[in-house]
Design a protein. Structure first.
Length: 390
């Protein structure tokens, strides 16, 4: 049977591998050598790891020695949230589950967000005021809504209190400028596979002079901060992807054009659709759209059969479609939250793919959302957060 064309709109779950990353991985796979060995093969492996470390550091305006390679953003987040840094942990209500779990802190205080999906700074300042030395975690851009967060403003509040700020930037590189110093981040998380590197790669960048407790012990790798033989090929791919993601401006401009086009067509085809965060600053590649009366779970399957890969709110641990904690924190009605689809794309997404997505939308969504008319409450709610088609 001939394989029909696929159209990938789930880049926030995993972005396609960049060609530069593929090349670097394949080249590294062809060589033996443990990066800790002193012989020539070992030194060659070490050179690949250190080249990648420099590339990852340059991506976020850090120094190479501040970069700790991890198995991904999940591990980096847990490594970051170390009680050696302070006495109380605060995280925004829309963080990734790996942050909300609190790392090695026994208790976690959640900081609320506004209906637009942005951290409520005043509430955050009030909550933090009660701690002696707060450790605070705020993402740079939300993975479900794409909404960017007031990291710099929060950094000033946290530092005035003598605290430490961790920033989960997993969704940002390749889409936004990320400069650790400009952001005021003391610790910063990156995920390799969200920026076109291989899965199972990531990094925690730790500002010089800040001591974190290792999570994985039993070896001196990563300056005693993460034990275990380095995955040289994957790290080389992560480095190459990071170098490529530094020049993101052209991609970002294109993505905004595609985003505007997709949103305009969706609004025309489904006037009741609600684009979450449409009125505030967002990632250029992310659209979260709720359609009253539709089941996202059913819609994802229908789109998949039509050759379109999409997700509902959070798809990181796929297979489960449960109500999104992000949409609950924003205050979206539960039924509306269960109707939300996430469309996320990349610099490589073509006009043809967008056309296929929109054709499928026009064909599928009116009937998928017809079965269950929206309630008065949903209509009121959508009025509160929607930017109308007009
Ligand atoms: N943080 C955010 C904001 C994410 O979107 C994700 C992945 N969905 C993660 C952390 C976890 O990343 P990884 O898959 O690299 O562990």
């Amino acid at each position: 049977m001939e394989q029909s064309a696929r159209n990938y709109f789930d880049c926030n779950a995993t972005a396609p591998l960049r060609p530069e990353a593929r090349e670097a991985i394949l080249a590294a796979l062809g060589r033996p050598g443990n990066a800790s060995s002193v012989h020539g093969e070992g030194r060659a492996a070490r050179a690949l790891v250190e080249k990648a470390r420099g590339e990852v550091a340059a991506l976020v305006g850090a120094e190479a020695r501040e970069v700790i390679f991890t198995s991904g953003a999940t591990e980096a987040n847990i490594l970051a949230l170390s009680p050696s840094l302070g006495d109380a942990l605060f995280v925004s209500a829309i963080e990734h589950p790996s942050v909300r779990a609190g790392g090695r802190f026994a208790t976690v205080t959640e900081l609320p967000v506004t209906p637009a999906g942005i951290l409520d700074l005043a509430a955050a300042e009030q909550a933090i005021a009660r701690a002696q030395k707060p450790v605070v975690s705020l993402m740079l851009a939300n993975n479900e809504t794409g909404v960017t967060q007031p990291v710099r403003e929060l950094a000033d509040v946290v530092h005035a209190k003598g605290g430490v700020l961790h920033v989960d930037a997993a969704q940002a590189p390749g889409r936004l400028a990320v400069d650790m110093k400009a952001l005021g981040a003391d610790l910063l998380t990156i995920s390799g596979h969200k920026l076109g590197g291989p899965q199972g790669t990531g990094a925690l960048v730790v500002r010089n002079g800040l001591a974190i407790e290792p999570l994985i012990r039993g070896g001196g790798q990563e300056r005693n901060r993460r034990a275990g033989t380095e995955n040289v090929a994957a790290i080389a791919g992560f480095g190459a992807a990071s170098a490529s993601a530094r020049s993101f401006e052209t991609d970002a401009k294109r993505m905004i054009i595609l985003r505007n086009r997709i949103e305009a067509d969706i609004r025309a085809a489904t006037p009741r659709a609600i684009i979450v965060g449409a009125e505030v600053a967002r990632l250029p590649n992310t659209i979260l759209v709720a359609v009253p009366g539709m089941s996202a779970e059913t819609a994802i399957i229908a789109f998949d059969l039509a050759g379109i890969a999409l997700s509902s709110g959070a798809a990181c641990s796929s297979g489960k479609v449960s109500a999104s904690h992000v949409l609950a924190a924003i205050g979206l009605d539960e039924n509306l939250a269960k109707s939300a689809l996430r469309i996320s794309f990349g610099g490589e997404t073509t006009e043809n793919e967008v056309e296929s997505l929109l054709n499928a939308w026009r064909k599928l969504v009116p009937s998928l959302s017809k079965a269950r008319p929206d309630t008065a409450e949903q209509r009121a709610r959508s009025g509160a957060i929607a930017v109308s088609a007009a």
